[in-house]
Design a binder for this molecule. Structure first.
Ligand code: MG
Length: 250
């Protein structure tokens, strides 16, 4: 069931989104060689809890941390650990969610640790831009397929591949609501986009092949071929004048 939000509900949800965005920004600024993924998780949890909010991911389906932190060939759902030290040249995907006043905000970004390879930089740039292509295509009166195909076209034109098994989603009083928002698809197909819909658009883009696998901890998703992967996400609201990004820190 798709839950539409009124203007006043959107205003409240905006607060959760901002908290999540600020937590992500803070964690991203802390990404550097020598830091552990547990330290990054700590920054996220402390900031969110300091705002009087709850980390959306903590305990969700049994997830043991506040942020998903996925390094290099890890796509999503990486579990923060004191043993996982970030090295120069790593790319670090951080996904944060905050629950506040009855609503969730959800966003993610991939950050560079020190100097990264040109190829890693390009993957990050293309993945970020593929998110923005999806957001540009998210217009009231259009369909989910417009978003999906815009993301896919941009990523594949840069000769990268799009993960199929994990997709974006509606977000609101629950972190995961209808509809699903795949990062691949056909324009003018799928659920119609209407004012008041709030969705998380979140391309997961691989440098190599699209296939992924879940690791032995039951959570961490990696690329099957070991190639790098990047992940960017915003929560957006569909309005009469296009999609409005809700997860901006300022
Ligand atoms: Mg999400």
């Amino acid at each position: 069931m798709i839950v539409l939000k009124s203007d006043s509900q959107l205003k409240r949800m905006q607060e959760a989104c901002k908290i999540s965005a600020r937590a992500l920004k803070l964690a991203g600024e802390a990404v550097e060689p020598g830091v552990t993924t547990a330290q990054l998780d700590d920054i996220v949890r402390k900031y969110i809890e300091g705002c009087g909010a709850k980390p959306s991911f903590l305990g969700l389906y049994g997830f043991p941390a506040s942020a998903c932190i996925s390094v290099n060939n890890e796509v999503i759902h990486g579990i923060p650990s004191k043993k996982r030290v970030i090295h120069e040249g790593d790319i670090v995907s951080i996904d944060t969610g905050a629950f506040y006043k009855g609503y969730h905000g959800d966003n993610a970004a991939t950050f560079a640790a020190g100097r990264v390879s040109d190829e890693a930089r390009r993957l990050m740039d293309v993945t970020r831009q593929s998110l923005y292509e999806g957001i540009k295509a998210a217009n009231a009166g259009g369909r989910i397929g417009d978003i999906s195909s815009a993301v896919q076209r941009y990523a594949e034109a840069s000769s990268y591949s799009v993960v199929r098994e994990y997709v974006g989603h509606g977000v609101g009083a629950s972190l995961h609501e209808d509809p699903s928002v795949p990062n691949f698809g056909t324009p003018s197909r799928g659920v119609r986009l209407v004012k008041g819909m709030t969705i998380a658009i979140e391309p997961m883009i691989n440098q190599g092949a699209k296939e992924v696998q879940v690791g032995p901890n039951g959570w961490t998703v990696t690329t099957k071929d070991g190639s790098l992967s990047a992940h960017f996400e915003h929560t957006v609201a569909i309005t009469e004048s296009g999609a409005v990004i809700m997860t901006l820190p300022d």
